[in-house]
Design a protein around this ligand. Structure first.
Ligand SMILES: *[C@@H]1O[C@H](CO)[C@@H](O)[C@H](O)[C@H]1NC(C)=O
Ligand SMILES: *[C@@H]1O[C@H](CO)[C@@H](O)[C@H](O)[C@H]1NC(C)=O
Ligand SMILES: *[C@@H]1O[C@H](CO)[C@@H](O)[C@H](O)[C@H]1NC(C)=O
Ligand SMILES: *[C@@H]1O[C@H](CO)[C@@H](O)[C@H](O)[C@H]1NC(C)=O
Length: 465
C-alpha cells in the first residue's frame, strides 16, 4: 500500500537524532515493574498549608482549654479550604469525608488533571497533566463550530496534528512493515474532518511522523482550518489530521487527541511553521517564544502553564534567569556547565542537553548516569543496566546552566516503587545506543521555568517562584 511504503522511507527523515521520543519507553528490555508513580507523603507541602493545619490544631486545643465546644473537623477543614481560595492557591476545594481533610478541587477530563486558569489568559493556558507527570498538554480550539482538542505539548518534535474522523489504528510487524489492525481510533478522542468543521480544507498532501523508537507513528494529510490557542486565532492554519495512528496514539488509553510539536519549524516533516512561528508571523505575539511552567501532580496545585510570546514573570525568580544559546539542529539543544551531586562536582563525558517536554524521565550517557548514581548511597543497577535508588533518597543532583545550579528535587529522582522495600526505580536512566547527550525530560523540567525563543535561538531557564 502506498502509505506503508511512504511510512518506511520517511523514518530517516523524521528521526534525525532518534531523540524525539514522546511515546517510547526507553527500550524493549526496560523495567518490568508495576508502573505506579512513587509519591512521597508529607513532602513538599506548601508552607501556608502547614501553617493553616497547625492553626486548626491550635484552635481545637484552645477551645478545649477554654472549656468551649471545639469546632468540628469539617468546620476547620472548610475554613482551611476558604483560606486557600483566598490566597489564590486553590481555585476550589472538596471536603473528603473518608479522610476528614479538605483537598484542592481538581477538574479532570479524559483522565487528565486540568491546569488552573493561567494568570494571563490572553497569551497563555493552564497545562494539563496526564497520569503522574507522564505527559503535559493544553486545549486547542479547532474548526467551525469550534471543538476543543486536548493536545499534548511536545518540544521534541516539529509537527502539529490531531486525529481524523476516519482514523484507523496501524501497527508494525517484526520487519518494521506497517499494517492496518482493522480497528478504528477510539471514539473518545475529539476528531476533525469535513463532517465536523465547515472551514476544514484537505490539501491532499500526505505526511508521516514517526516518534522515538520508530514504532510510534501518525500519518495522514496536511489540512487547513481555523485554530485558536490561548485565545489567539490563526485562521486557515496548516497542520495535520492523522488517518493512521499507532495504538499508543489512537487507543482510548491515550488521553490526548493530538500532538503539538514545539521544536523549531525546521523539524516539521510537513514543512509548515509551528503554531508559535505562525502566531509570530501573524503579528499576534511579539516574539516566537513558548514558555513552560511544568507542574508536579503531587503538589496538588495544578499551576502549570504554557505561555506564547512571553515569559510569565509570576512563575519564576527574575534574577535567576539565564540565557543559553541553542544549536542549529532544530531541537532545543544547548550545553550544561556541569553536574553536582550533593554539591560535589562530577566530571561528565557529555555536556550536550536537549530540553524535551515530551519525555517523562531524564536520560544521559551510561558512564555519566552510572557515576551520578555511584555518589548516591544505596543506589543499584540491574542486569539490564536500569538504575535504582532508595525511595527516601535525599540526594540533590544539580545541572549547571549559565553559571546557575538547577537542582532536581529528591522526590523527582525517584520514579516508581519496586517489589523490594525502599528500592525505587530511578528517574534518571542511561540511553542505550543514544547520542552522547542528555535528554532533559519532565523530571528536570519540573524544577525550572523554561522559555524557548526561535528568533533569538535561545533557551532561558530560571528558578521557579
Ligand atoms: C466545663 O464544662 C463542664 C461540662 O460541660 C462543666 O461541668 C464545668 O463546670 C465547666 N468548667 C468551667 C471552668 O467552665
Ligand atoms: C466550589 O465548588 C462547588 C461545587 O463543588 C461550587 O458549588 C462552588 O460554587 C465552588 N466555589 C468556588 C469559589 O468556585
Ligand atoms: C470528506 O472527507 C472524506 C474523507 O474523509 C472524503 O471521502 C469526501 O470526499 C470529503 N467530502 C468533501 C465534500 O470534500
Ligand atoms: C533524609 O533526611 C531525613 C531527614 O533529615 C532522614 O530522616 C532520612 O533518613 C534521610 N534519608 C536518607 C536516605 O538518608
Amino acid at each position: 500500500m502506498p502509505l506503508a511504503s511512504c511510512l518506511a522511507t520517511s523514518l530517516l527523515l523524521a528521526l534525525p537524532l532518534a531523540l524525539a521520543a514522546p511515546f517510547s519507553p526507553r527500550s524493549t528490555n526496560a523495567v518490568s515493574l508495576p508502573v505506579q508513580r512513587y509519591q512521597k507523603s508529607g513532602n513538599n507541602v506548601p508552607p501556608h498549608i502547614t501553617y493553616l493545619q497547625k492553626k486548626n490544631h491550635d484552635a481545637k486545643r484552645y477551645s478545649s482549654m477554654a472549656n468551649a465546644t471545639a469546632p468540628n473537623d469539617e468546620e476547620l477543614a472548610e475554613a482551611l479550604g476558604q483560606m486557600m481560595i483566598h490566597l489564590g492557591v486553590w481555585t476550589n476545594y472538596t471536603y473528603d469525608t473518608t479522610i476528614g481533610k479538605v483537598l484542592p478541587a481538581t477538574s479532570t477530563k479524559r483522565g487528565l488533571t486540568m491546569g488552573n486558569p493561567p494568570s494571563d489568559p490572553a497569551d497563555s493556558e493552564g497545562l494539563d497533566i496526564q497520569g503522574n507527570d507522564v505527559y503535559y498538554g493544553a486545549s486547542v480550539m479547532i474548526g467551525t463550530p469550534q471543538q476543543e482538542f486536548l493536545v499534548m505539548m511536545d518540544t521534541g518534535s516539529g509537527d502539529f496534528w490531531v486525529g481524523a474522523t476516519d482514523c484507523a489504528i496501524i501497527a508494525f510487524n517484526k520487519d518494521g512493515d506497517v499494517y492496518r489492525t482493522g480497528q478504528a481510533c477510539t471514539s473518545s478522542h475529539t476528531s476533525l474532518g469535513n463532517t465536523t468543521s465547515s472551514t476544514f480544507v484537505n490539501t491532499g498532501v500526505k505526511f508521516v511522523d514517526q516518534y522515538g523508537s520508530g514504532n510510534s507513528a501518525a500519518a495522514g494529510y496536511i489540512v487547513a482550518d481555523d485554530v485558536t490557542l490561548a485565545g489567539l486565532a490563526l485562521p486557515n492554519h496548516k497542520f495535520g489530521v492523522a488517518v493512521l495512528e499507532t495504538s499508543d496514539f489512537g487507543s482510548s488509553d491515550m488521553s490526548w487527541s493530538g500532538l503539538m510539536g514545539l521544536s523549531k519549524s525546521s523539524l516539521s516533516v510537513m514543512g509548515v511553521p509551528t503554531p508559535v512561528d505562525s502566531l509570530y508571523k501573524a503579528g499576534l505575539i511579539s516574539e516566537p517564544i513558548v514558555s513552560f511552567k511544568i507542574p508536579r501532580e503531587s503538589d496538588g496545585l495544578n499551576d502549570g502553564e504554557i505561555a506564547f510570546g512571553s515569559l510569565d514573570s509570576t512563575k519564576y525568580v527574575a534574577d535567576t534567569l539565564v540565557t543559553l544559546s541553542a544549536d542549529n539542529s532544530g531541537y532545543w539543544i544547548s550545553t550544561t556547565d556541569g553536574v553536582t551531586v550533593n554539591g560535589e562536582s562530577l566530571s561528565i563525558s557529555a555536556n550536550t542537553v536537549l530540553f524535551d517536554t515530551g519525555t517523562t524521565l531524564l536520560y544521559g550517557p551510561f558512564d555519566d548516569v552510572y557515576n551520578i548514581h555511584a555518589q548516591i548511597p544505596g543506589s543499584e543497577i540491574d542486569r539490564n543496566d536500569d538504575f535504582y535508588l532508595p525511595c527516601n533518597t535525599n540526594a540533590s543532583v544539580a545541572f549547571n546552566f549559565g553559571g546557575t545550579d538547577f537542582a532536581i528535587e529528591p522526590q523527582d529522582l525517584v520514579y516508581t516503587e519496586t517489589s523490594q522495600t525502599n528500592l525505587c526505580v530511578s528517574a534518571m536512566q542511561a540511553m542505550e545506543g543514544g547520542p552522547a547527550a542528555w535528554l532533559m525530560g519532565d523530571v528536570f523540567l519540573k524544577n525550572a521555568y523554561i522559555s524557548l525563543n526561535g528568533n533569538a535561538n535561545t533557551i532561558q531557564l530560571a528558578k521557579l517562584a
